[in-house]
Design a protein around this ligand. Structure first.
Ligand code: CO
Length: 467
């Protein structure tokens, strides 16, 4: 048993509400509690990236960059962390290197300390550029191994990936278990081996979807994990992270004590319990779903299927779609199901079932995937499947982003009537149509949210609306 304590990354302001409240939490509901969260003693707080960037503009009419700056101002002591999808940044496709460089620079420049970087296919070439820039900008580079279960995935494979990421400059390794599939004893073996063979701090990110995560965290702690991802209880459990309060109590007075005080956490929990009532229409049920163990389908994906199929009046096809997902995944070389591969596999499974014939209709994304444009699949795709999907089109072998022309100048030009800053240009480069609508509306109303006024209102217990 080691003597070192274990750290907690609080994910409430990113994955917590992404998982439990469909990414709808507004900045105005984050700021009043930020100071207390800053005092709690977390190793870091994940507050940005993932789906929050898109959701800010698309659903909330908020500027994601201004959110980051407002949070940075309030978190005076704590390290702020973001989730970056490698070459996909916070979007769903590969962006050119110049966009990646500028985005990572501005993320650090606006207040991010730790960048957790992953690629859905664990293709390290897709992490290369963002890791280099994050490093050069002085951020802590947390390289990620995306965890999944398949006939071609085993523990030595993950350890090898992590060793590679260390050579590429990783400061720490994250095991990202987005679907909650990591079982306690597998976690133990994997982390033990990572600590022995790779020798970097190991962070564990899991979801309670299958009910395994709290047990997995316990074994992870025993195996020598350095930091565990948790969320404050009202935004934890279900498809989200384990609740921080339970993990703190479970590890108290052991060699893995988190050092966090339960009373501060209770106060924070009380705040979010109240805030959550405002978002009840977006709330995802916080119950255990063991379907994930059978189909490996993460919670978010399941709700997508239900939405897609109801639209087509075909909800009765849901069981067939659930059975089809593992088959499509196998055909595509067992990609882990995480953004964007979860959407790619999911949409194709729906097409296969609706068309009544497999790959009669093929999405553009699946074609691009098979051509290698998302990276190298974990396992080679069979020739027959390949032919069915892309005919005799060639498969690329280079790093996908090598084929992309620079994009920043074009984004500058196209967004110039509406963009006030390089941050605005980047929002456009990532999500052209969403950002354009957002930037235009902002300009039309000429009501950029004034965060100084907002904070003032929050401090005085008043309200502020940007009109
Ligand atoms: Co997650």
């Amino acid at each position: 048993m080691g003597s070192s304590k274990i750290g907690i990354t609080d994910t409430t302001l990113r994955d917590g509400h992404q998982s439990i409240l469909a990414t709808r939490l507004r900045t105005e509901d984050m700021l009043p509690i930020a100071e207390l969260m800053d005092e709690a003693g977390f190793h870091s707080l994940e507050v940005w990236g993932g789906a929050t960037f898109d959701a800010c503009m698309r659903f909330l009419g908020e500027d994601p960059w201004e959110r980051l700056r407002a949070l940075r101002k309030r978190f005076k002591k704590s390290k702020l962390q973001m989730l970056l999808r490698g070459q996909n940044l916070v979007g769903y496709k590969h962006y050119p290197d110049d966009v990646v460089e500028e985005f990572v620079k501005r993320s650090v420049g606006n207040g991010i300390d730790i960048i957790r970087i992953f690629d859905a296919l664990n293709d390290v070439r897709n992490l290369e550029r963002s890791m280099q820039v994050a490093k050069a900008e002085g951020a802590h580079v947390q390289a990620t191994v995306v965890y999944t279960i398949s006939p071609v995935h085993d523990i030595p494979r993950y350890v090898k990936k992590a060793a590679l990421l260390k050579q590429m400059g990783a400061d720490s390794i994250c095991i990202k278990d987005m679907a909650g599939l990591l079982a306690p004893y597998d976690a133990y073996t994997l982390i033990k081996r990572l600590k022995e063979e790779v020798d970097l701090p190991v962070h564990v990110h899991s979801h309670c979807t299958s009910g395994l995560a709290p047990m997995t965290y316990l074994k992870a702690a025993e195996a020598g994990a350095d930091v565990l991802d948790c969320a404050i209880s009202p935004l934890a459990g279900g498809t989200g992270q384990p609740p921080v309060e339970s993990i703190v109590v479970a590890l108290k007075d052991t060699p893995y004590d988190t050092g966090l005080g339960v009373s501060v956490l209770s106060e924070i929990a009380e705040y979010f319990k109240n805030i959550k009532t405002k978002y009840s229409q977006f709330e995802v049920a916080q119950s255990v779903d063991v379907a994930v163990l059978r189909y490996q389908i993460p919670g978010g994906m399941l709700s997508n299927f239900i939405a897609q199929l109801s639209q087509q009046n075909a909800l009765d096809k849901l069981p067939a779609v659930l059975e089809e997902v593992p088959r499509v995944r196998k055909d595509l070389g067992y990609p882990p199901l995480v953004t964007p591969s979860s959407q790619i596999v999911g949409a194709q499974a729906v097409l296969n079932v609706i068309a009544g014939e497999r790959y009669k209709m093929v999405s553009n994304e699946v074609r691009a995937y098979v051509r290698g444009l998302y990276g190298k699949p974990p396992h080679p795709i069979e020739e027959e499947i390949k032919r069915k999907i892309i005919g005799d089109q060639e498969v690329i072998t280079v790093r996908p982003a090598d084929l992309l022309a620079p994009g920043l100048e074009a984004a500058k030009k196209a967004s110039s009537p509406y963009a006030d800053s390089m941050e605005d240009v980047l929002s456009y480069a990532l999500f052209p149509s969403v950002a354009l609508t957002f930037l235009k509306e902002k300009m039309a109303r000429n009501t950029r949210v004034d965060y100084n006024l907002l904070e003032e209102a929050v401090e005085n217990g008043g309200t502020y609306s940007p009109v």
